[in-house]
Design a protein around this ligand. Structure first.
Ligand SMILES: [Zn+2]
Length: 509
């Protein structure tokens, strides 16, 4: 079958070569003008990089060719839940997995620590309870004595595990309660509201675990570890104004949370020389009323002032179609400016399929001087927004798998960021909430970006550029950025050499 497809492919190319020279020259001129505009096209590769480029492009073209007459074979064309295992067998993916990816700039704390760690570590701790209703875990928490709840029954997880005849089956049941992954996502999650309900239920289920002060500290460390292992050296994560609790029921304020995060990041950096750090963006929800948001804006201003090396600014997030638009909060969001203060914003905007409804958040994000735009899925439908983004060089945080799982796009080749990438918009790739859908911190999203958002002939230069973009678009200080870039370059050279060596070893054998 593969031989037949290759022959057809070859025949098509042969026919193309028979066009008149003058026609071909004009066609080539248009094509090369276009190709010069895409992300990474201006980078020059070294000879070693060229050799790796040949390998990864041969693998990329092979995957495209094998699916050209049946795109159900094309991993980005199918749902991530159904394509993930196949993706992990792909040679392109295996190379991307080893690649130093720079920074992850669009994340949500609470959705970035793997379910495997929550089940095998957190749910093994003493005093860890779950509240169960009809075999579904609806809440969790650490208690000396669990509360009485009329909607569900509180059970200590370790004693329930001890009673079970098969521990692995019990742990798998816990795991299944967390993961959103199913074999038939089109049936289980028929529309955006169903998947968002399930997605928010995930946070409700794990919230009691990660809000427990000792777990929060460990979960910060574990998140950094998982990202670092996936080739990420720096991250910026959104986080709510959390007030973690101790076993005796006392709570800490969010200043404690920020200090704890700062201490954990410093500890992790001590333990891992190849790590550049992590910072926070305070995030509120677009379901709150104006006065609640004003309180958050004031709290964020105070945290940015107290911890300028850790807290970067403020964002508002939620399911965009069914919650308040940014315009609803405009006077609260203008509060810092009206008081001659500065609170950098990092707004989610245009995370929708609708046109000229809530996607107009893009306009408000720009007017409110957003530092970056989260998602920006609707940007190509707004020509003036596109012009302003280009003019002001506002980075866009693209999260391909999140957009597919949360039902904005099904076939990743139709992702609108392809338009932005083809015109060298300031784009970086992130993963939003990789834990609920079992994605790796960045590798799966990088694969999708490379195979479906970038053009079929976009090559290693694209991958290199999006890694560089992620560091350049971060809010590290100039000094931190310079040292992060230097560190990344060292990692990149090691990566190139390792891929070449493994290829040479394989060829010699
Ligand atoms: Zn997000």
């Amino acid at each position: 079958m593969h031989v037949l497809i290759s022959l057809i492919w070859l025949t098509l190319l042969t026919n193309i070569q028979s066009v008149p020279a003058w026609y071909k020259a004009q066609r080539d001129a248009i094509l090369s003008t276009e190709r010069r505009q895409s992300v990474g096209s201006t980078l020059k590769l070294t000879s070693d990089e060229e050799a790796v480029n040949k390998m990864i492009m041969a693998a990329k073209q092979g995957e495209i060719k094998s699916a050209i007459y049946d795109d159900s074979n094309y991993i980005p064309a199918v749902h991530f839940f159904q394509g993930r295992k196949r993706m992990e067998q792909s040679k392109v993916f295996k190379i991307i997995q080893q690649m130093p990816k720079g920074a992850a700039l669009h994340l949500h704390y609470g959705f970035i620590t793997s379910n495997a760690w929550l089940v095998k570590n957190v749910m093994y701790r003493p005093n860890c309870y779950m509240c169960v209703k009809e075999k579904v875990i609806t809440l969790t928490g650490f208690y000396l004595t669990p509360p009485v709840d009329k909607d569900c029954t509180w059970i200590e997880i370790s004693s329930e595990r001890a009673k079970s005849t098969d521990i692995e089956t019990f742990d798998q049941w816990l795991y299944n309660n967390l993961t959103l992954t199913v074999d038939n996502p089109e049936v289980v999650y028929p529309n955006i509201n169903v998947i968002w309900r399930r997605f928010l239920q995930y946070f409700q289920t794990v919230g009691g675990l990660i809000n427990h002060a000792p777990v929060l500290k460990d979960a910060f460390y574990e998140s950094l570890k998982e990202f670092h292992e996936d080739g990420v050296q720096y991250l910026e994560t959104r986080i709510g104004l959390m007030t973690p609790y101790e076993l005796n029921g006392t709570t800490h304020d969010y200043t404690w949370t920020v200090k704890t995060f700062r201490d954990v990041v410093n500890e992790f950096k001590q333990d891992h020389q190849g790590f550049s750090g992590a910072k926070l963006i305070i995030g509120g929800r677009k379901r709150y009323n104006g006065s609640a948001i004003l309180q958050e804006v004031k709290a964020a201003m105070s945290l940015v002032e107290q911890f300028p090396d850790v807290v970067l600014g403020y964002d508002l997030m939620d399911q965009e179609d069914v919650t308040h638009p940014l315009l609803y909060y405009v006077s609260e969001l203008l509060y810092p400016e009206a008081h001659k203060s500065n609170l950098p914003y990092f707004f989610h905007a245009g995370e929708t399929d609708w046109l000229h409804i809530h996607d107009n958040n893009l306009i408000d994000a720009i007017l409110l001087n957003t530092t970056r735009i989260g998602h920006g899925f609707a940007i190509p439908k707004h020509p003036e927004v596109m012009r302003l983004i280009k003019e002001r060089n506002i980075p866009i945080e693209v999260n391909p798998i999140s957009n597919q799982v949360l039902k904005l796009v099904s076939d990743m080749r139709n992702h609108p960021a392809a338009i932005l990438i083809s015109q060298d918009f300031p784009v970086c790739i992130s993963s939003d909430n990789p834990a609920p859908w079992e994605a790796l911190p960045l590798s799966h999203d990088f694969y999708m970006a490379f195979m479906a958002l970038a053009a079929s002939d976009d090559d290693l230069r694209f991958l290199k550029q999006i890694a560089l973009n992620s560091i350049n678009f971060s809010r590290m200080t100039n000094k931190e950025k310079a040292s992060a870039l230097q560190l990344w370059e060292t990692k990149w050279n090691v990566f190139i050499k390792r891929v070449l060596d493994s290829h040479n070893t394989f060829t010699e054998v």
